[in-house]
Design a protein around this ligand. Structure first.
Ligand code: NAD
Ligand code: TYD
Length: 346
C-alpha cells in the first residue's frame, strides 16, 4: 500500500486534494498533516474523515522533531506539499510567518524526505503559485520559462520554497514535481480571499471592498480542476519539471464582483442591482500586482488536462455551496476573523 503525505490538507485547496486522492485511490494510504491555523478546518474533510485509507495528524511542518518522527514512522512513497501561509494581505502585515511556514517549513520537509524516503522512487511534489512570476501588463501570459520576479512577501516566500525544492533535486537527486497555479475558487474557501469574502459580505449585507479602481486582473480556476491537475501531474508529470496550471479565464476584479453580485441577487431573490450598489472602493493593496495570466499549454498538451467547468458554472456551484453552508461561514468568521476584518477594512 502506497503511503502519501499531504500537507495542509485541512485548508481550501488541500481539502479538495485529500478528497481527490482518498476517493480515487482506495489502495493508497493518505496521511494529512496540518497545523490547523485560522485557515485550516477539519469541517472541510467531514465527508472523508472516516474513510479507511485516510488519517489526520495535527502538526507544524516547521517542527523538525515532529516531522522527522512522522517520516521515520511512515516512510512515505510521496509527499504532496500544500501547507502554507497563503494570503497576500496577511503577508504584507506579517511577513515572518510566511518565512517560517513557507520557507523553513518546506526545507524541514525536504530534509526529512531526503533522510527517510527512498529517493530513487519517492516523489516530492510542491504546489505553488503563478505569483512567483511577478506581474504582467495588458499583454502576454506566464509560461514555465518566465523568470521568477516575486513582488509580495507571500510570492517571495513561495518563490524561495520553489527554489529550495529544485535545488534539492539538483543537489541531492530527489525526484520532484512542481506546479504553479492561478487563483482558485470553489467551496471551503476561507472568506479572506476575494470571492468568498464578497459572498460572505453579500449574505450579511456588508459593503463589498474593491481595492483601488478594481482594474487588476486575475485568472480564475475552479478548485476541483486544480485538484485533478495535481493528481495528473503527481502520477504522470515528468521528474524535475514545472507545470503551469490556469483557467484561461481572466477577469478584471470589478467585473468579477459585478457578476458575483448578479448571481447572488438572483439566487437570494434580491431586487435587481441590490448588491452592486454596496460596492465600496477602498485603499489599494501595497504593491498590488496588476495582472496574472497563465499559459497551461504544457500541461494540456503533455498530460491532456483541461478545465471541466466554465466560470459561470463554477461560480454558480460555489455560491450554491456557501448558501447551503451558512453555518460553516458563521463558524469560520466568528472570533479572530472579526478582528482581522476590522484591522484590514476599517
Ligand atoms: P489555505 O490558507 O486555505 O490553507 C493552508 C493550510 O495549511 C491550512 O489548512 C493551514 O492550517 C495549513 N498550515 C499553515 N501553516 C502550517 C504549518 N506551519 N504546518 C502545517 N500546516 C500549516 O491555502 P490554500 O489556498 O488552500 O493554498 C494551498 C497551497 O496552494 C499553498 O501552498 C498556496 O501557496 C498554493 N496556491 C494557492 C492558490 C489559491 O488561489 N488559493 C493558488 C495557487 C497556489
Ligand atoms: P485575493 O483573493 O487576495 O488573491 P491574490 O491577491 O492572491 O490574487 O485577491 C484577488 C484580487 O482581488 C486581487 O487583485 C486583490 C483583490 N481584492 C479586492 O479588491 N478586495 C478584497 O477585499 C480582496 C481580499 C481582494
Amino acid at each position: 500500500m502506497k503511503k502519501i503525505l499531504i500537507t495542509g490538507g485541512a485548508g481550501f485547496i488541500g481539502s479538495h486534494v485529500v478528497r481527490q486522492f482518498v476517493n480515487a485511490y482506495p489502495s493508497y494510504q493518505i496521511i494529512n498533516i496540518d497545523k490547523l491555523t485560522y485557515a485550516g478546518n477539519l469541517e472541510n474533510l467531514k465527508d472523508v474523515e472516516n474513510a479507511p485509507n485516510y488519517s489526520f495528524v495535527k502538526g507544524d511542518i516547521g517542527d523538525s522533531e515532529f516531522i522527522n518522527d512522522l517520516f521515520s514512522k511512515y516512510c512515505f512513497d510521496g509527499v504532496i506539499h500544500l501547507a502554507a501561509e497563503s494570503h497576500v494581505d496577511r503577508s504584507i502585515s506579517n511577513p515572518m510567518s510566511f518565512v517560517e511556514t513557507n520557507v523553513k517549513g518546506t526545507v524541514t520537509l525536504l530534509n526529512a524526505f531526503k533522510a527517510h524516503c527512498n529517493i530513487k522512487t519517492a516523489i516530492f511534489y510542491h504546489v505553488s503559485t503563478d505569483e512567483v512570476y511577478g506581474e504582467l501588463s495588458h499583454e502576454g501570459k506566464f509560461t514555465e520559462q518566465t523568470p521568477y520576479s516575486p513582488n509580495s512577501p507571500y510570492s517571495a516566500s513561495k518563490a524561495a520554497s520553489d527554489h529550495f525544492v529544485r535545488a534539492y533535486h539538483h543537489t541531492y537527486g530527489i525526484a520532484i514535481k512542481l506546479s504553479n497555479c492561478s487563483n482558485n475558487y470553489g467551496s471551503h474557501h476561507f472568506p479572506e480571499k476575494l470571492i468568498p469574502l464578497m459572498i460572505n459580505n453579500i449574505i450579511n449585507g456588508k459593503p463589498l471592498p474593491v481595492y483601488g479602481q478594481g482594474a487588476n486582473v486575475r485568472d480564475w480556476l475552479f478548485v476541483e480542476d486544480h485538484a485533478k491537475a495535481i493528481d495528473l501531474i503527481y502520477h504522470k508529470g515528468r521528474n524535475g519539471q514545472t507545470y503551469n496550471i490556469g483557467g484561461n479565464n481572466e477577469w478584471k476584479n470589478l467585473d468579477l464582483v459585478k457578476l458575483l453580485c448578479q448571481q447572488m441577487d438572483d439566487k437570494i431573490g434580491n431586487p435587481k442591482d441590490t448588491s452592486i450598489k454596496t460596492i465600496a472602493y477602498v485603499t489599494d493593496r501595497a504593491g498590488h500586482d496588476f495582472r496574472y495570466a497563465i499559459d497551461s499549454s504544457k500541461l494540456m498538451n503533455e498530460l491532456g488536462w483541461k478545465p471541466s467547468v466554465t466560470f459561470e458554472q463554477g461560480l454558480s456551484k460555489t455560491i450554491d455551496w456557501y448558501l447551503a453552508n451558512k453555518a460553516w461561514l458563521a463558524n469560520v468568521t466568528s472570533g479572530a476573523y472579526q478582528s482581522y476584518y476590522e484591522a484590514m477594512y476599517r
